[in-house]
Design a binder for this molecule. Structure first.
Ligand code: SAM
Length: 210
């Protein structure tokens, strides 16, 4: 599975350092247009979680590319209590999140930097973290998705930018994907794959259930 090169890592870290300095702890620092589109993505995860059978105790959740851990805030404000762990390659994001939520666990790095196999995550989420251009083929993203699936006991949900949308297709500095190609890839290792595309024109969410 390909990992981030030092060059990619540095670009992501530098971009986010500058965006926090410019915007503060706001969705704009995460390159979201506004809070509405950020939370619309979270709402897809919440709706799906609400449809899943309840587990005994709080589900343990890993949020890959957690930014300011706004997914944790969104889940808790909507009545979904979770045992949350956030992971982000940007040290500035992790520093900010740890300040906001001193009692939560945060990991600074990419998903391959840690031995997470024994952490027993029920669910693994990722919103917006694969929008960075890493390669032309999408191989990095596919590796991360596969790894997220391996680390989850119950399932995985993530969103990607939709390549079939004209605006996204023209954005050379954003990585976007063909939803059908992503679905076919996920079906090679998961038998319960759903794709949702009806909430924003330029985005889609994939749900993988074990
Ligand atoms: C668009 S922001 C979304 C943040 C958060 N998920 C949210 O929706 O509020 C993407 C985040 O992913 C992080 N990121 C980008 N590529 C990553 C990677 N390969 N591994 C881990 N984190 C990554 C960035 O540092 C950034 O904080």
């Amino acid at each position: 599975m390909p990992k981030l090169t030092e060059k990619h890592r540095l670009r992501i870290v530098t971009r986010h350092k500058a965006s926090i300095e410019r915007y503060g702890y706001k969705p704009a620092a995460l390159f979201w247009k506004d809070k509405y589109v950020q939370e619309l993505r979270f709402a897809q995860f919440l709706d799906w979680m609400e449809a899943q059978p309840k587990l005994a105790g709080q589900p343990k959740v890993l949020d890959v590319g957690c930014g300011f851990a706004d997914l944790y805030k969104y889940f808790t404000h909507h009545g979904l209590a979770v045992n949350y762990v956030g992971l982000d390659v940007s040290p500035d994001m992790i520093f900010a999140s740890q300040n906001i939520y001193p009692d939560l666990k945060f990991l600074n790095g990419e998903i391959y930097d840690f031995e997470l196999e024994n952490e027993s995550f029920d669910w693994v989420f990722m919103s917006g973290a694969l929008n960075e251009v890493i390669d032309d083929s999408g191989e990095y993203a596919f590796g991360v998705i596969r790894k997220m699936y391996e680390l989850s006991k119950q399932g995985v949900a993530f969103n990607l930018l939709n390549q079939t949308h004209e605006w996204t297709f023209q954005c050379a500095d954003l990585m976007s994907f063909d939803p059908q190609k992503v679905k076919r890839f996920c079906q090679t290792f998961c038998s319960h794959v759903e794709v949702k595309m009806d909430y924003l024109p330029n985005d889609f969410t994939v749900f993988l259930r074990k």
